[in-house]
Design a protein around this ligand. Structure first.
Ligand SMILES: [Cu+2]
Length: 406
């Protein structure tokens, strides 16, 4: 089997030539056993078909050159005597085809079973999550982390998992069909309305992975993305503890008020401007995973007054009707139409993984979600129906509040 993966060298060379084989969503350079099984199967098929190609192409080339008409006389000559089948050749060809199919079928069956579910011997160690597709974002539930009075821990757009451990992902959909795909780890499996489905995956090492919906699901399908963050067991426990806690509240006395984001100008972003700030591209010398870890800490220079204003606006502007922000007093917003925002400030992306979660991009989103993501429910069922209108001051206060929710 090792031999089969030899072309990995070729992959890295082709990649260096600028063909981008090791992109964020590469299926050629993988980081988990399920995606690796799929890659090996791809190579088996590649090798077998390559051999067939070489044999057929050589015979064709030989025949073309060897029996080419060379003279005027050749061109007008009678065709040679026609053969009517050579039993040896025919049996040989059938035998060779069967052999080729068997070579492909054996690992195919083996990996179909392997990829289907967590292997029996690792079942006890598997971690369970439920991913639900919404037009056009993903919700993630952690059934083994129950919060008293609230049910399971719920997040959105970022699936945080323990590295080195198999993860069993239940797949659900609340509206149309979606498909869950993290190319470097595993995929892709449909999320079907009215029918349970599942897959399993595992990240060999801590890392930051890009995923997306792989089944056309409406206007903003192409903007329905997500991230998978694999953490070491300890970091994962820390993350769980942080997420299980209620929304962060600032006690005004503990902080020195300071204007935050006061200079946050609204840029009239072009309609198709990319949603990435470059933070998670690794270009700034910080790995995407480290960048994500930095996102977990409270921002510097928070302004409690501004944040309190944002918190009030979140209710008066009807945002609370669609979003949950789980508060310690049990009286926070409890909407379920949109993503759970209890710890939205600690996520690296918003709006279905389309926008990096920076204050600027968040302001761009709440200023006019309809421009960023055509047809999305926050715009169609919220801003349009409820006539939500935000002043620039409202926007800045809401952003300050939401960014404080670490
Ligand atoms: Cu989708």
């Amino acid at each position: 089997m090792r031999l089969l993966t030899l072309p990995l060298f070729a992959v890295s060379w082709i990649d260096r030539l600028g063909f981008g084989l090791n992109g964020k969503q590469s299926t050629m350079v993988v980081e988990g056993p399920v995606a690796e099984a799929q890659l090996r199967l791809f190579y088996v098929t590649c090798w077998v078909t390559l051999v067939i190609f070489i044999v057929v192409a050589s015979v064709l080339a030989y025949a073309t050159i060897r029996f080419k008409a060379r003279t005027e006389a050749d061109e007008h000559a009678e065709p040679p005597e026609q053969g009517h089948g050579n039993p040896l050749v025919e049996v040989g060809l059938i035998g060779a085809s069967v052999l080729a199919l068997v070579i492909i079928a054996v690992p195919t069956l083996k990996y179909i079973w392997y990829d289907y579910d967590v292997p029996a011997e690792s079942k006890a160690n598997a971690y369970e999550v439920t991913a639900t597709g919404y037009q056009w974002w993903f919700q993630f539930q952690y059934p083994s982390e129950q919060i008293t009075g609230s049910g399971p821990l719920i997040t959105a757009n970022e699936l945080v998992i323990p590295a080195g451990r198999p993860v069993h992902v239940n797949l659900r959909s609340v509206d149309v069909m979606h498909s869950f795909w993290v190319p470097k780890l595993a995929g892709k499996v449909d999320m079907i309305p009215n029918r349970g489905n599942f897959l399993w995956l595992q990240a060999d090492h801590p890392g930051y992975f890009w995923g997306q919906c792989a089944e056309f699901c409406g206007d903003s399908h192409a903007l329905m993305r997500f991230r998978v963050i694999a953490l070491s067991p300890r970091d994962f426990q820390d993350w769980l503890a942080q997420q299980m806690s209620p929304a962060r509240e600032l006690s005004p006395s503990s902080l020195r008020p300071k204007a935050q984001f006061a200079s946050l100008e609204y840029h009239d972003f072009a309609e198709n401007a990319p949603g990435i700030s470059g933070k998670y591209e690794g270009d700034n010398g910080i790995s995407p995973l480290d960048q994500w870890k930095q996102q977990q800490f409270p921002n510097k220079g928070e302004d409690p007054e501004l944040i309190a204003r944002g918190k009030a606006l979140f209710v008066t502007k009807t945002c609370a009707g669609c979003h949950t922000i789980r508060q310690a007093d049990g009286k926070g917003p409890m909407g379920v139409t949109g993503p759970n925002l209890t710890h939205v400030g600690a996520r690296s992306t918003i709006a279905g993984g389309f926008l990096d979660n920076t204050p600027e991009y968040m302001r761009r989103w709440i200023h006019n979600p309809g421009v960023v993501k055509p047809g999305n429910k926050m715009w169609v069922l919220g801003y349009e129906v409820n006539h939500i209108a935000l002043t620039p001051e409202d926007e800045v206060a809401l952003v300050a509040y939401l960014q404080s929710l670490k």
